[in-house]
Design a protein around this ligand. Structure first.
Ligand code: PRP
Ligand code: URA
Length: 208
């Protein structure tokens, strides 16, 4: 079974704390999310494969190392978009795909409304990104769609998760590594993470 890693880092924790505060406005919420995404990307990319390449520096020839696999970032719309730019700053050659899902407020079931991916997903390291891992329904559905499109090497990057969501992903997709910035306590009766940070999409886009 793949692993779950909670990326404990004082900078990540500090920024996440700003996001959690109910009085933090859209601008600060988005900026902190963007900065956390960059910090998380550094850790999530720690084991990316590299290959030797012969290069010539101004001083002569040597062997350097370059990333050997294509990276594809797949934000789950909408809220996943908030993590995209921060990761792309560290992996600017990454291609980007999208899965559009919304969670029915009554049943908490995810509904797919959009999917668009780059070619040759089977050869890529795919990062599915979303701030919230609650019931895990959205992450499971996004990973399912990616696998149907050929993705074989998938990691899930979320900001805040709970055990329910982690267990759901592990049960359906035991091959997927999960990275979180925080593991929170529980889900409330409406499927919201407690203490969490509220509705990530609404706070990023100012829709409430
Ligand atoms: C939120 C969040 C995840 C999902 C998590 O999206 O961004 O995609 O809920 O919940 P789950 O683990 O129980 O599936 P939402 O459906 O609110 O859509 P949005 O991003 O468009 O706001
Ligand atoms: N989606 C959110 O945006 N927040 C939660 O706490 C749970 C699901």
């Amino acid at each position: 079974m793949a692993g779950v890693e909670v990326l404990n880092h004082p900078l990540i924790t500090h920024k996440l704390t700003q996001m959690r505060k109910k009085d933090t406005g859209t601008k600060d919420f988005r900026e902190n999310l963007d900065e956390i995404a960059e910090l998380m990307a550094y850790e999530v990319c720690r084991d990316l494969p590299t290959q030797p390449v012969e290069i010539e520096t101004p001083m002569g020839k040597c062997v350097g190392y370059e990333l050997s696999k294509k990276v594809v970032i797949v934000p789950i719309l909408r809220a996943g978009i908030g993590l995209l730019d921060g990761i792309r700053r560290l992996v600017p050659t990454a291609k980007v795909g999208f899965v559009g899902l919304y969670r029915d407020e009554e049943t908490l079931e995810p509904h797919e409304y959009y999917a668009k991916f780059p070619k040759n997903l089977d050869e890529a390291i795919v990062m599915v990104v979303d701030p919230m891992l609650a019931t895990g329904g959205s992450a499971c559905a996004a990973i399912r769609v990616l696998k149907e499109h050929g993705a074989k090497n998938i990691r899930l990057v979320c900001l805040v998760g709970v055990m329910e969501g982690v267990k759901a992903v592990q049960a359906e997709h035991p091959d997927v590594d999960i990275y979180l910035a925080a593991m929170d306590d529980h889900l409330n009766e409406n499927g919201y993470i407690v203490p969490g940070l509220g509705d990530a999409g609404d706070r990023i886009f100012g829709t409430k």
